[in-house]
Design a protein. Structure first.
Length: 313
């Protein structure tokens, strides 16, 4: 396999989705999307998990599961935020709040998937506390009615794909993608971005390139010092299913004006692909399909942290 360039996205692995009794295999070959040619999209996989609505005053669950809700022209009071994508901003230690720009009236706001912190009464979004780099659906139910007006909104930022990386196949690097779009040009290609700015990920032996944000999966597994004698993020002798979650703090040279952002990344180790359970693979394939199809990663649940499975062979 040829070395991957930083301005591309690695979607690695051949996933075998082991279904229930029939044990039907679904092969998903993940390739690097080319922004000029479009991405290679695996066959869609339906999410058959139950929709457990978990909500509070800041995370109000949707009244029904929706794949990609879009406000229609007939809906005159859909929440509008001035653009289809918004970005967190430096706020000098304060929370950066983004408000609705229209006046839908009195009612209740909600958003899904989980991860957006939105005021259910005013529609104000706390971008400092929200998960960035995701596409959300935002709904509004006007007081005295049962009608729901919907709009979609992307919160800009970096993210990593849920995927399987097989080191024996040369899949040893996980690159970030930006603004919920896996084929978007790399916003850090011209420099000016910084990842793991405070070394929190490195302290857990998760090796992140400070300029490109790529995660070196080989060094993360085997260690980067003394020829691997000290072990990597999973220890000297990792066992199947070993997991570690690392926080990557980063700043991007984009419309966020280098505001400090963060993303938690879960890494999991397996000796072989066959060691991964079918249910777990199904979840990864479903989230990957949704992303590559332009939908929200999850229809209801919190899609974070992204799951990166490192397979030795």
């Amino acid at each position: 396999m040829k070395p991957l360039k930083p301005n591309n996205i690695l979607v690695a692995g051949t996933l075998l989705l082991i279904m229930t009794a029939c044990r039907k295999e679904v092969s998903v070959t993940e390739k690097q999307p080319d922004a000029s040619q479009g991405s290679t999209r695996p066959a869609a996989v339906r999410d058959t998990t139950s929709h457990q609505h978990v909500g509070d005053s800041m995370h109000v669950p949707p009244p029904y599961p929706v794949t990609t809700p879009v406000a229609t022209s007939a809906c005159s009071f859909a929440p509008i935020y001035g653009d289809t994508i918004i970005f967190p901003q430096p706020a000098n230690g304060q929370d950066y709040i983004f408000n609705v720009v229209n006046s839908p009236g009195t009612g209740k706001y909600f958003a899904w998937p989980q991860g957006m912190v939105i005021d259910s009464s005013t529609g104000a979004i706390n971008l400092t506390k929200s998960e960035t780099g995701l596409k959300y659906a935002i709904g509004f139910v006007r007081a005295g009615t049962t009608d729901t007006c919907l709009s979609t909104l992307v919160v800009g930022g970096a993210a990593y794909m849920d995927s399987v990386y097989v080191l024996a196949d040369g899949q040893d690097t996980a690159y970030p993608y930006y603004d919920a779009n896996p084929v978007l040009a790399n916003v850090c290609a011209g420099g000016g971005c910084t990842f793991d700015v405070n070394g929190v990920a490195a302290a857990k032996k998760v090796i992140v390139d400070r300029i490109t944000g790529k995660i070196d999966l080989y060094k993360t597994l085997n260690g980067s010092g003394l020829g691997g004698l000290l072990g990597g993020a999973f220890g000297l002798l990792p066992i199947n299913g070993s997991s570690v979650t690392a926080t990557i703090y980063y700043k991007l040279n984009d419309a966020s004006n280098n505001a400090l952002q963060r993303i938690d990344v879960q890494l999991q180790y397996y000796d072989t692909r066959s060691s991964i359970g079918g249910g777990l693979l199904g979840t990864v394939v479903n989230k990957l399909n949704n992303l590559l199809s332009g939908n929200m990663i999850s229809n209801w649940a919190n899609p974070r942290p992204p799951l990166i499975m490192i397979v030795r062979r």
